[in-house]
Ligand binder design. Structure first.
Ligand SMILES: NC(=O)c1ccc[n+]([C@@H]2O[C@H](COP(=O)([O-])OP(=O)(O)OC[C@H]3O[C@@H](n4cnc5c(N)ncnc54)[C@H](O)[C@@H]3O)[C@@H](O)[C@H]2O)c1
Length: 353
């Protein structure tokens, strides 16, 4: 068996401070005999010295393009636009299998170079459950931002922070008015995160999951002051809220955070807005009288880069040790080939690396 060579790349997106391997796990991989090269990166939340001390080889930012062809290039978000031909095996979130803009281009670049995409969104066990995901921290942040907004303490623009600092602002103050919270999708990863943030904020939210929305009671939903939607919809269900519900005289709801952010999708359970919000402008007012504020940010975990990287890396580590073409990685490869075929590009039978 050839030795595994992982290459942790610098993230092209300047606001992305997260990483899929933290220095402590890098040390474990090196200890297991994995060759690990780490690119320098000005924004990564962990300094390069910590990787060096863990026994990693250090390389300049972006140098993966000239990495040995058998290296497996690891990142989180999109690749830079160049090179046009991707020759390596890449592990990251490609966002290219659901008809997203740029999908055909990305798959075409892999086909042109003979490389392959192992998309982290499709790294699943044999029941289809994701093996490494950022959901918990997405939910934590979604609920935290919603509570801060509700209490008039949300400052924009948002910038990456630490859990310690976030929790400090989240703790209830003596003059905070009590509110009722609702988490939908409460049993999932994001839902658990949302419940944890509500607890830090001194609130005990109503928790709904599949059983409680089967026979949806919108009047009960509207009786909550703050709602966090954290569902992962896999088939269409009646919307949780419709335009007319926002004008209902029964509406007590003042702050709505949509962690799911399925805006524009046929599976969207909150078709009451048509664009996400952002770090610069996290809140959009949907109604003035009485007020209803929306938070719908689709990159929440990047706001807590240290905690979200640490959890993600711990979940990914055992699978990286077993990197190969069978098991979950085999499923990733099958998914890549199927998506390539659907886009009319030939991913081949994966080169012999
Ligand atoms: N905004 C962000 O930055 C961000 C980051 C990560 C994940 N997400 C999104 O958050 C969502 C949740 O992710 P997750 O990892 O927590 O998923 P998960 O699979 O761990 O949990 C989803 C939960 O939703 C529940 N659910 C599904 N349909 C429901 C319905 N109709 N009514 C009530 N509950 C329902 C499921 O039973 C499950 O408990 C996903 O859509 C994901 O894409 C957003």
């Amino acid at each position: 068996m050839t030795e595994l060579h992982l290459w942790l790349r610098h993230e092209a997106r300047t606001t992305e401070r997260r990483t899929p391997i933290v220095p402590d796990d890098a040390r474990r991989l090196v200890g297991d005999g994995v060759e690990l090269t780490v690119e320098e990166s000005p924004q990564r939340v962990f300094p390069i010295e910590e990787y060096e001390a863990a026994g990693c080889r250090i390389a300049p930012a972006g140098s993966w393009v000239t990495a040995p062809r058998d290296a497996v290039v690891l990142g989180l978000k999109e690749l830079p636009d160049e090179p046009a031909e991707l020759t390596h095996r890449h592990v990251f979130f490609g966002h290219a299998y659901k008809g997203q803009p740029g999908a055909a281009d990305l798959l075409g670049r892999f086909a042109a170079g003979g490389g392959a995409l192992f998309d982290l969104e499709y790294l699943v066990d044999d029941t289809g459950r994701r093996l490494a995901a950022f959901g918990f921290w997405a939910g934590y942040l979604g609920a935290a931002l919603a509570v801060l907004r509700h209490r008039g303490r949300l400052r924009a623009p948002l910038t990456p922070t630490t859990k310690e600092d976030l929790d400090e602002t989240l703790k209830p103050a003596a003059d905070d008015v009590e509110f009722t919270g609702l988490v939908v999708g409460a049993l999932g990863r994001s839902g658990r995160g949302a419940r944890a943030a509500f607890a830090t904020a001194g609130a005990d939210p109503t928790c709904w999951d599949l059983a409680e929305t089967r026979d949806l009671d919108r009047t009960a939903l509207l009786r909550h002051d703050v709602m966090v939607n954290a569902v992962l919809a896999t088939s269409p269900v009646p919307p949780f809220l419709r335009e007319q519900d926002l004008d209902s005289p029964d509406r007590r709801l003042r702050t709505l955070c949509d962690v799911t952010c399925d805006v524009g999708s046929p599976l969207n359970v909150l078709p009451v807005y048509d664009d996400t919000t952002s770090w610069d402008e996290p809140v959009r007012r949907l109604r003035d009288e009485p007020p209803l504020d929306l938070i719908a940010i689709d990159n929440l975990p990047s706001l807590l880069p240290l905690e979200s990287s640490t959890d993600f890396s711990a979940a990914l580590l055992p699978h990286l040790r077993d990197f190969g073409v069978s098991g979950p990685w085999g499923r990733c490869l099958d998914r890549f080939r199927a998506a390539s075929r659907a886009h009319g590009v030939d991913a081949g039978e994966s080169r012999d690396h």
